[in-house]
Design a protein around this ligand. Sequence first.
Ligand code: T1G
Ligand code: NAD
Length: 710
Amino acid sequence: MSQAAAPGAPTPPVVTTETHGPVLLARIDHPPVNALGQAVRAGLLAAIEQAEADAAIHALLLVGAGRAFIAGADIREFGKPPQPPSLPEVCQRIEASSKPVIAAIHGAALGGGLEVAMAAHYRLALPGAQLGLPEVNLGLLPGAGGTQRAPRLMGALPAAELMLSGKPLAARAALAAGLVDRLVEGDDPAAAGLAWARELLAQGAGPRRTGALPVPDADGALAGLEALATETAKKSRGLFSPQRIIECVRAALTLPFEEGLARERALFLQCLDSPQRAGLVHAFFAEREVAKVPEAQAAPARPVERVAVIGGGTMGAGIAVAALDAGLSVTLLERDEPALERGRANVRKVYDALVARGRLAPEAREARLARWRTSTRYEDIADADLVIEAVFEDLQVKRAVFAELDRVCRPGAVLATNTSYLDIEAIADATGRPQDVIGLHFFSPAHIMRLLEIVVPARVAPDVVATAFALARRMKKVPVRAGVCDGFIGNRILAVVREAADHMVEDGASPYQVDQALRDFGFAMGPFQVVDLAGGDIGWATRKRRAPQRDPRARYVEVGDRLCERGWFGQKTGRGWYLYPEGARTGQPDPEVLAIADAERTRKGVVPRSFTPEDIVRRYMAAMVNEGAKVLQEGIALRPLDIDATFLFGYGFPRWRGGPMKWADMQGLPRVLADIREFARQDPLFWTPTPLLEKLVAEGRDFDSLNRAA
Ligand code: T1G
Ligand code: NAD
C-alpha cells in the first residue's frame, strides 16, 4: 500500500508492474478503493502495452492493493470533462490482448472494476470478494461494456437483475453465476493469481474474449426481459437509468457485440447527463461527508460495549434492537414490570418477525438476546458505558430520569436523550455532568431508519461527540451533527413545511391533492399521510406547547386541530386525514375531512383557489429550502449536505433529487428565491426570505459552494 507522497515529491505510480517469469503482474494501488481515475486507466493501458511488447511475457495478471480489487470508475470525475483514455477503451484493449489476461479479485470489484475483470480472459475470486454493477445507485448504467459482457457470462436475465438491483454478489454466488471461473482460498490475490496463471500457461490457454461469447439464455430471454421491463417500470418510480439498463440488455440479445457496445455508450451518456445522476452522486458523497465533523476528529471516542436504554416503547425497543444488532450488550430499563413486559414483547416481536421471514437465523436471534437484560432498577445499569433515554416526551419526566442516571451511572458514562424537540440543555441541567450529555435522535423504526441526528449541546465534551459518531458507525447509521434548537434540523424544517401544506389546504387545496403532488415529486408519502402514520396527537401536543410563543401575527391553520379534537389521530385511531377501514395501512380520502376544511375556510373568510401539482411542489419545497437556509445561517446544520442527508435518510426525500438543498441548486437559487418573494406578497411573515439565501443569490453562488467551503 503506497503512502501519501511527501510535498513536492513525484506522486508514486498508481499502477505498478512486476515480472514473475512469464507473467507480468500489474498492481493497482490507488487508495482508498482503487477507483479508476485517469491515472489508473492510463496505468492499466501501459501495463497491457508492456506485456504485449515483451516477448518473454506470456500472460498479464491484474490485482488490487489494499482492501479492494477496483471499486469502479472514480465517481468524483463525473460531470467533469473526460480525460483519456476512457474506460471503454481500456476494457477493449484488455480484451483484445494477444496474451491471456487474468483478474485476481479480492474485496470490491464493482462497476468499472467488474467491467475490467469481465474484459479480462480469466477471473478468480478470493473469499470476501464482492462483485457487482451498482451504477444504478448513481443514476447510471455500466458504461464500459458491462451491459454486453455480463449477459455473455451469466445470462441476460441474471445480468439484468444484477444491474437493476445494484447489489453485489459474494464470491461463491459469483462463481455460481458464471462471473468468475474459480474460487481460491487465502487472502493474497497476487499469489493465487500467479499460481493460476502458470497453470493456464502450462495448459496452453490463450485469450478467451468475453465479447465473442454468445449470450447463454438468448432464446427465452427476450420474453423474460419484457416482463422485467414492466416490473421495473412499476418498481423504479420515476428513475431514469433502470429502463436504459433494460435497453442495453435487449441490445446484448439482439445486436452484434460491437453494436451493443455503441448502444450502451449512447444510453450511458444519456444517464450521465440526467439530473438524477447529479442527485444520486451527491447523495453518495453526502452520506459519507456527514461523518466528517470537527468534534468527531478532535478526540478519541470513549469505549462502548454496555448500553442501557431507558423506556421500552416505540423508540426504546427499536434502539435496543439497533444496539443488539451492532454487537453491543443492552439493558432495557422501564418504570415498572407491566411496562417492562411490554418492552420485552416489543423487542422480541422484531426478532421473531425477522426469523419468521427467514431474514435472521434463529441462532443469530438467540446470540443477540443473550446480550440483552431487562430491569426496573437503576442500580442494574450503573456499569453502562452509554445510556440512551427514550421515555415520554415530557421535560420533567426526562429531567427526573437524568437525575437518576447522574446518581447511579459510573463516571465517564455517556448520557444521551432521544428527545424529538425538548431543550437538551435543560435536560443536562438535571445532572452534575452536562459535559457527558448529548442528543441521539433516532427515527422510527429505530432499528431500520438510517438517520441519527447527533444533537450537540454547548457544554458537551468533544470525546462524547466522537463517541456518538463512533456509535453511529457501529450501528451503520448516517450520523448528522445538529445544534440545539426546537426540532433540531429535521423536525424543525418539517414543522415549517407542514405549515405550508396546511396553508395550501386552507387556501383551497385538498390534503389528498397535496399528498399526490408530493408523491409524484418522489416522496414515499405525502405530509398528511406522514401525520397519520406518526400520530396526529404528537404534532397537536407540539402546537399546543408552542402556542404561548407563537407570533400573534402568524397565520395559524386549525383544520388539523379540528381532526384531533375529534380523536382522529390517524392510523392508530382508524381515521385521521384519511380513513383506515379495518386497520388498513393505506388510507382513503375522507369527505368529512374535506367538509371540515371547507367549514374552516368559511369561518376564516378564505375564498378557496385552485392549486396545480406544480404550485404545490413549488410552495412545499420553497418552504423547505428557506427554512433549511435559516438552519444553516444559525449554524444548527454545519453544511447544506447535512440537511440533504437528514431528509434523504430520515424523511423519505427522493434520493435521486439529492436532498432539498441540492434540489434547490439544481432548480437555481434565483428561481427559488423568486418563488418565496412571490408567495410573500400574500403572507410576508411566513415567507420572509432567509438572508443567507438572498446573499448566495446576490453573489451568484449556490448551496454546494458552502459544502465545498466547509
Ligand atoms: N470513486 C471515488 N471515490 C470512491 C469510490 C469511487 N467509485 N468508491 C468509494 N470511494 C471513496 C468514498 O467516497 C470514501 O471516501 C472512501 O472511498 C471509502 O468509501 C463506467 C460508471 C467500495 C463498497 O458505485 O460502494 O464504475 O469519505 O466510506 O464503506 O461502469 O465505497 O474516505 O473520503 O464507502 O468500506 C461504481 C461505490 C462507480 C462503488 C467501500 N462503483 N463505492 O465501502 O467505504 S460507477 C460504485 C462503494 C462506474 C462504470 C461506472 C463503497 C465500497 P472518503 P466508503 P466502505
Ligand atoms: P412511547 O410512549 O412509545 O414509550 C415511552 C416509554 O417510556 C413507555 O414504555 C414508558 O413506560 C416509558 N417510561 C416513561 N417514563 C419512564 C421512566 N421514568 N423510567 C423508565 N421508563 C419510562 O414513546 P416513544 O414514541 O417511544 O417516544 C420516546 C421518546 O422518543 C420521546 O422523547 C419521543 O419524542 C422520542 N421520539 C419518538 C419518535 C416516534 O416516532 N415515536 C421518533 C423519534 C424520537
